[in-house]
Design a protein around this ligand. Structure first.
Ligand code: PLP
Length: 442
């Protein structure tokens, strides 16, 4: 009954979105840009016309407080002023030349200083950056296998669409159009399982481990104390390399999670937020890996390396990244985000206790989630077992009707430099009301 009421209220609140959804469905396959705000719990897709700071405005004129922030793409707020200014300036001076710019050189230096790896390259998305770094490492090491953790997500790089089912790697059957067997070269183990990691590496031929330092894409899963220290030692012992995908965990602090926790990755991947929300991504390499990559390129016959695309390094992306790194990702912005995220996590714990729910809250950097289990999951299988998409969608829908947007999958809430204490208060009040309704109806 609560769901039906919320769906009806959404439909009454959003007639202009309904009309656009009907129009879009005539010519857009599925009616929306795929992978974007689909009808996750809503009867039709919400259409927006503007996004600034921590707010989005929908086409029916509602202003929503945004804790989804483009699933991290807008980690530093929508249209941050320095990025908007850099884009406007660059927009009058060209976009794509396939020639180098001063901005590109400046971005390389800013990345090296901030993240501690000496060599960097560009990509158009985190997916591409992951694909390229794995390709570089396979070429540099002469090894074929990729090791990932069960339940991971690193974009749509095919290699990672392999799950652990009853201890065996199984290609995810939702992957469309896959014509060769991914399990041949992808090894999967559970997060936080050092003996399994050791055994998998022992099999040999593992070029690299591709991981998030904290799993964030199946609900959050934290590394157990000491996990990364020991994992790094094992990876090194077996001659493999460690790639940290910090696309989401970059919200931990100015140098990302790995740097803050003393994890020495051989390569880093940073996507989405590094250009302030403009399409671009980067990957970085240690000096040793870079030297081996250069050697591999020199040894290869001339021709396309399979790395890089026409728009990679385009002038708009370079200008946006320079502004983001130099002016937006500032220590003060992080300090604000972290203290607000802690307040949000504390408020959520209070709500969960008050409603006597068997749920827990995990917060890493600016990212906070509540999960439908009383103790935090230790690995991908445990995290998957407690996912409840229907409940997630219901909460998302009910919050939208109350002027607040969170991520519609695994209850993720991100704060940005423009999020205020009042915004957090509004979220907590709205969620309190929604939880009262849900527990009453349950
Ligand atoms: N890596 C991680 C850890 C991600 O969470 C994502 C997307 O959510 C990606 C890579 C892929 O990013 P994109 O979709 O921008 O290619």
């Amino acid at each position: 009954a609560f769901l039906a009421r919320e769906r009806q209220s959404f439909a009454e609140r959003n007639p202009a979105s309904a009309a656009l959804a009907a129009q879009a469905s005539e010519h857009l396959l599925f009616g929306v840009p795929l992978h974007w705000m689909n009808d996750w719990g809503t009867p039709f897709a919400l259409h927006v016309c503007q996004a600034n700071g921590a707010q989005v405005t929908d086409v029916d004129g509602h202003t929503l407080v945004d804790f989804c922030l483009g699933d991290t793409g807008a980690m530093f707020g929508h249209a941050p002023a320095p990025v908007a200014a850099a884009l406007v300036k660059q927009a009058m001076r060209g976009y794509t030349t396939m020639l180098a710019t001063a901005d590109a050189a400046a971005v390389g230096a800013l990345l090296a200083e901030r993240f501690g790896l000496p060599f960097w390259q560009f990509a158009m998305s985190a997916t591409d950056a992951n694909r390229y770094i794995v390709r570089w490492i396979r070429a540099a090491t002469g090894r074929k296998k990729l090791l990932v953790f069960n339940g991971c997500y690193h974009g749509t790089i095919e290699d990672v669409f392999v799950d652990l089912v009853n201890g065996q790697p199984v290609q995810r059957d939702s992957l469309l159009g896959q014509v060769y067997d991914l399990t041949e070269h992808t090894v999967v183990v559970e997060f936080n399982d050092l003996p399994a990691l050791d055994a998998a590496l022992q099999q040999g031929d593992v070029a690299c481990v591709l991981a998030e330092p904290v799993m964030t894409n199946i609900g959050m899963v934290l590394p157990e104390p000491g996990f990364w220290g020991e994992a790094q030692a094992l990876i090194k012992k077996h001659g493999a390399l460690l790639v940290m995908d910090e696309t989401h965990t970059i919200s931990t602090g100015p140098g990302g999670y790995a740097r803050a926790h003393g994890i020495e990755a051989d390569a880093l991947v940073l996507g989405k937020p590094v250009g302030g929300g403009v399409p671009c991504a980067v990957y970085g390499m240690s000096a040793d890996l870079a030297a081996r990559a250069v050697q591999a390129k020199q040894d290869a016959p001339p021709g396309h390396s399979g790395i890089g695309t026409t728009l990679t390094g385009n002038m708009l992306a370079m200008a946006a990244m320079r502004a983001t790194l130099a002016e937006v990702m500032a220590p003060a912005a992080y300090a604000h985000m972290l203290s607000l995220a802690e307040r949000l996590a504390g408020g959520l714990r209070g709500l969960i206790a008050r409603h006597s729910l068997p749920w827990c809250v995990t917060q890493v950097g600016a990212r906070t989630e509540f999960q439908f289990c009383s103790a935090p999951p230790r690995n991908g299988s445990e995290a998957e077992a407690v996912l409840d998409p229907e409940l997630e969608h219901l909460i998302h829908l009910a919050l939208l009707n109350r002027g607040v947007m969170i991520t519609p999958f695994h209850n993720m809430m991100l704060v940005c430099p423009q999020t205020t204490d009042d915004d957090v208060g509004q979220l907590l009040r709205a969620l309190d009301e929604v939880l009262s309704q849900i527990t009453l109806t349950a």
